[in-house]
Write a protein that binds this ligand. Structure first.
Ligand SMILES: CC(C)(COP(=O)(O)OP(=O)(O)OC[C@H]1O[C@@H](n2cnc3c(N)ncnc32)[C@H](O)[C@@H]1OP(=O)(O)O)[C@@H](O)C(=O)NCCC(=O)NCCS
Length: 221
């Protein structure tokens, strides 16, 4: 097994990624970035810094050097004009995925520890048909599939945020996993689908690496 998960496989061509262990990353925050975490505890500063470093590296693959990535007041990242992207961190890992908006109008990415999502959390987050799907899988794998569906919804939130804002709820997206090829389809409620251009569709993939679930999604024109 490689010593870093290959999150590039979560995305189609022209999406660029970077992933690292938080503890391995030597980062230097730019002044505008540091404001967001100046009162934060060390762990939060480290994950924030490592995420910014991953994002900066991914942007270099798009030919953009030394980008400063401030935090917007709603928590989202202030990407350079014409760029979409997402950052995520778990306790161990962080990563970022970026693309040109002209290629993909939205990109989402998320990391979750794979047994983190309990039945009680799943009951609030999953729709009835998602629950039925998990019930049809091996009983000892429920938490893994709860986590996949939860993480996919976090990725969708980040991907659609620039288009629909905070108005999306967990039951606004239904995840249909395909375990044979580590992908998932997404069905949006009419309320959300009507707020994104009609020709756009969502395509997602997942990756399990040493007990951590990674999901990635793009809006396709
Ligand atoms: C915003 C949210 C997705 C962050 O996810 P998380 O698992 O808590 O944390 P992650 O480490 O994965 O991601 C954190 C990053 O998300 C990004 N982020 C934060 N708020 C965001 C927003 N409103 N939009 C887009 N990205 C956002 C930031 O880059 C942040 O990293 P930073 O603070 O270091 O800059 C989560 O807190 C949330 O609000 N979830 C709701 C999901 C939801 O309702 N889904 C329904 C859709 S079906």
């Amino acid at each position: 097994m490689p010593d870093t998960p290959n999150i590039q496989q979560l995305f189609p061509e022209r999406v660029f990624t970077e992933c690292c262990r938080i503890e391995d990353k030597h980062y230097a925050l730019r002044r505008e970035e540091g404001i967001a975490v100046e009162k934060a505890v060390t762990g939060r500063r480290n994950e924030f810094g490592a995420g910014r470093m991953c994002a900066r590296r991914a942007l270099e693959s798009l030919g953009m050097q030394e980008c400063v990535l401030a935090r917007n007041s709603d928590g989202s990242t202030a990407w350079p004009p014409g760029i979409v992207g997402a950052i995520s961190h778990s306790d161990l890992w962080c990563g970022a995925a970026v693309a040109r908006q002209s290629d993909y109008p939205g990109v989402g990415f998320d990391i979750e520890t794979a047994d983190r999502v309990t039945y009680n959390i799943a009951k609030r987050v999953l729709t009835d048909s998602e629950m039925d799907w998990v019930d049809r899988q091996a009983a000892n794998e429920s938490r893994k599939w709860f986590t996949l569906i939860f993480s996919a919804k976090e990725s969708i939130y980040k991907c659609l945020f620039p288009l629909v804002g905070k108005g999306i709820r967990f039951h606004d997206a239904e995840i249909i996993p395909h375990v044979d090829d580590f992908s998932f389809d997404v069905r949006l409620t009419d309320k959300i689908a009507s707020r994104i251009p009609p020709l756009l569709s969502l395509r997602g993939r997942y990756l399990l690496y040493e007990g951590e679930m990674f999901t990635g999604i793009v809006l396709i024109k």
